[in-house]
Design a protein around this ligand. Sequence first.
Ligand code: GDP
Ligand code: MG
Length: 163
Amino acid sequence: SKPIVAVVGRPNVGKSTFFNKVVGERIAIVEDTPGVTRDRIYAEAEWCGVSFALIDTGGIEPDSKDIILSQMREQAEVAMAAADVILFMVDGKEGLTAADREVAMMLMKTGKNVILAVNKVDKAQLPDDFYDFYELGLGEPIAISSANMLGLGDLLDRIVENF
Ligand code: GDP
Ligand code: MG
C-alpha cells in the first residue's frame, strides 16, 4: 500500500490550502474561520513518480475544551497513528507559538518521521523570527507559501525521501 502523509498543525496555518495545491483539486474546505476543516480528507498524490496518500486534518488544540476542536484533535491523532510521515505545518507570519511547542512535543512522542513546514513565507526573504522554529527540535524548517506555490517542490522532495 501507499505511504501515508498526514498534514497536522494548528487551525488556520494553511493545511487545507497546501492539501489543495498538492492534490490539485478543491476537496478540502478553506475558509478564513479558524478550524473550519472538520473532516479528515484523504487524496492520492504523486511526486517525481512516487505515489502516496495525503491526509488533511483539522487543527490540534491541546488545551481546548471546545467540542469541535477536541474532535479535530482526535482526528489528527488517528491520522498521525496511520501516517508514515507527519507534515507539521506552522505559520511563518505569526511566528512560533506556545501551541506549536505543545504539538511538536506530542509529535515527537509518536516516533514517526516529522517534517516541519513553515507556511505563509510569501516572499523570498525569510522573516527575522524564522530561526525560532529550530527550537522545536524537528530539524531544518522548510519555508513554503502554499498560496503562492513557493517551496512546495523542496518540501515534496523531503517528504518522499522519508518513505
Ligand atoms: P487550515 O485551517 O490549516 O486548513 O488553514 P487554511 O488552508 O484553511 O488557510 C487558512 C487561511 O490562511 C486562509 O485564509 C488561507 O487563504 C490562508 N493561507 C494559506 N496559505 C497561505 C500562504 O501561503 N500565504 C498566506 N499569506 N496565506 C495563506
Ligand atoms: Mg483546514
